[in-house]
Design a protein around this ligand. Structure first.
Ligand SMILES: NC(=O)c1ccc[n+]([C@@H]2O[C@H](COP(=O)([O-])OP(=O)(O)OC[C@H]3O[C@@H](n4cnc5c(N)ncnc54)[C@H](OP(=O)(O)O)[C@@H]3O)[C@@H](O)[C@H]2O)c1
Length: 233
């Protein structure tokens, strides 16, 4: 049966890959990013917005509710990273990372939950990173923004459980997208060596975990953070 799936950050990278994957499974995907999308599938809608722009997000979700009547799944994928020693990190960089990663996840979760509560069904998947579990040097602000998302995941899982809404998070290892393009090769290699399974993650690894979280049989799975690669908190 076709589901209505909202995915943030769909222009490129993991978000784009997830969009094409769920479209190929005959779902309807409503996506967004700051740039235009080149996905032309008739079951895809794109909104050009910043996830931290509350008004634009509310407008997007109002239009979605009007057209499709419901939202089954929310995947809070949009995110940015910045590799920097915390001593040389500017306040504006911190604000930018927190706005996109944490505030964006918060606004989408709150607004989509209002729709899901009424239908008494919903699955929310958030994105964290192994950098948070590892307290990775050079990633202090990015990791902290994702730690906040993990905590939000666990608390909202409790607050939304009475409405039959589950909230879980996936924490990928490095995956070869633009997000990690500027990180020096030796830094990535050091990170891979900290994993139980010492390889890059790939899109199929991500889809596998998200498929599990959004499966209707996973109704008893909530407030969980699953890291790839054998990392634990
Ligand atoms: N790749 C990795 O190694 C890795 C590892 C762990 C976790 N993750 C997480 O996985 C998620 C996806 O990352 P990725 O690797 O696919 O990154 P990516 O290739 O850089 O793509 C990021 C996506 O988010 C969108 N985006 C960024 N800021 C936005 C904003 N303020 N508002 C709306 N959309 C925004 C971008 O589109 P626009 O530029 O058009 O806005 C783009 O579609 C992120 O949450 C990231 O933290 C990735």
């Amino acid at each position: 049966m076709s589901q209505i799936i909202v995915i943030t950050g769909t222009r490129k990278g993991i978000g784009r890959e997830l969009t094409n994957y769920y479209l190929s499974k005959k779902n309807i995907v409503i996506g967004c990013s700051r740039g235009e999308s080149t996905i032309t599938d008739k079951n895809y809608r794109h909104y050009k917005l910043d996830v931290s722009d509350e008004k634009a997000v509310i407008k997007m979700l109002r239009a979605t509710k009007k057209e499709f009547g419901k939202v089954d799944i929310l995947i809070n994928n949009a995110g940015i990273a910045s590799m920097n020693h915390f001593l040389t990190t500017s306040t504006s960089s911190v604000q930018n990372i927190l706005n996109t990663n944490f505030l964006g996840t918060f606004i989408f979760s709150r607004e989509v939950s209002k729709i899901m509560m009424k239908q008494k069904y919903g699955k929310i998947v958030n994105f964290t990173t192994v950098a948070s579990a590892l307290r990775l040097e050079g990633e202090a602000i990015y990791a902290a923004s994702k730690a906040a998302i993990e905590n939000l995941t666990q608390t909202t899982a409790k607050e939304l459980a009475p409405f039959n809404i589950t909230v879980n998070a996936i924490g990928p290892t490095p995956i070869e997208t633009d997000l990690i393009k500027t990180i020096p090769k030796e830094k990535i290699e050091q990170l891979l060596q900290k994993q139980a399974i010492k390889r890059f993650g790939n899109f199929d690894d991500i889809k596998n975990v998200i498929d599990f979280f959004i499966n209707q049989k996973s109704d008893f799975i909530t407030g969980q953070v699953i890291y790839l690669g054998g990392i634990h908190n």
